[in-house]
Design a protein around this ligand. Sequence first.
Ligand SMILES: C[S@@+](CC[C@H](N)C(=O)[O-])C[C@H]1O[C@@H](n2cnc3c(N)ncnc32)[C@H](O)[C@@H]1O
Length: 352
Amino acid sequence: MSDTLTKLTYQTFQQGKNYFGLAHKTLSSQLRKLVHPTLEQQVKPIPNEVLLKLQEKLNQLLETDWQDAEKGVYPKSLLFDNPWEDFFRYYPVTWLDLPQIWERMKQNNNQDFSPEIETDGYPSYYMQNFHHQSNGYLSEMSANLYDLQVEILFGGSTDAMRRRILAPLKSGLEIFGNVPPRNVRILDVACGTGRTLKLMRAALPQASLFGADLSPAYLRKANELLSQNPVELPQLLQANAEELPYLDDYFHAVTSVFLFHELPATARQAVIEQCFRVTKPGGVFIICDSIQKSDSPEMELMIDNFPETFHEPYYKHYATDDLVERLEKAGFENIDIQVHFMSKYFIAHKPA
Ligand SMILES: C[S@@+](CC[C@H](N)C(=O)[O-])C[C@H]1O[C@@H](n2cnc3c(N)ncnc32)[C@H](O)[C@@H]1O
């Protein structure tokens, strides 16, 4: 296929996902209003110019995604990677789950776990129905639905945002050019269902990949996804990112995607300090998370609405938190910041 045709196919594919997400959100909120007319969310209407700005930012993200593939940061085939089997199996379940979600929202019950869910041993801040998910991060069904729900939220652009860590990751590893590729170790903190590790594997086929997360169900899902690729399996470990069970200076690079807005401030600092500890001198630490208020005044309304629509108890604090100060406090230096669509990137280096 010619490059022009591949790009057009990619743009059309993304547009399809975007329309699908919009249709889902519109229909589900109309259904909610019908079933629970009194359940009103405290969201402010988004003016048209903000929606246009958002579309512009999405188009820029997709263009950067395409450009990075053209430059060879990752193969173009990655642009079309989509968990179709999960989509057909679990999309109907997202609708079946809605009545439970609405009931919890009505009762303002955001810490609801079924009796069969093992809840001992987790930090108390973790025991939440983040995004109103049934059983929080602790059930197999939550792990099966998570990627679909996030894709609907971001109009199909989640992997394009995750892929923005790959270019700075590869350039951050250049300093270790004398290390054989197989000996390069990369840790993804809060790896969830393993999508970032999957993208990393495509960009760095030989590196030793590691993933840590608190949720056993999400790790099982990650194992299922990553096992489909007949190459070396990333090593997955259940662990609290505040106490990473790895040696000091062990990893050439550490990444973390969409974790920090789900941590209270003290845990945010503790995790950054652990990431500093396990990164090798000269290594890079990359955070990808939500945009913050200071990045985009025109998106302030969206940032305010987000924790009202989705249960995100620590987001409001995150939205104005100074992560550069936290990274510097831990010892990182030379911190670069990027913003792509709804996400922000902190690329920090451990002194060599
Ligand atoms: C929003 S999800 C992001 C998952 C994944 N990185 C992604 O890109 O989709 C947040 C993840 O952080 C994990 N998590 C939250 N607090 C954690 C902690 N203290 N230690 C380890 N993992 C944690 C959750 O289990 C969940 O998988």
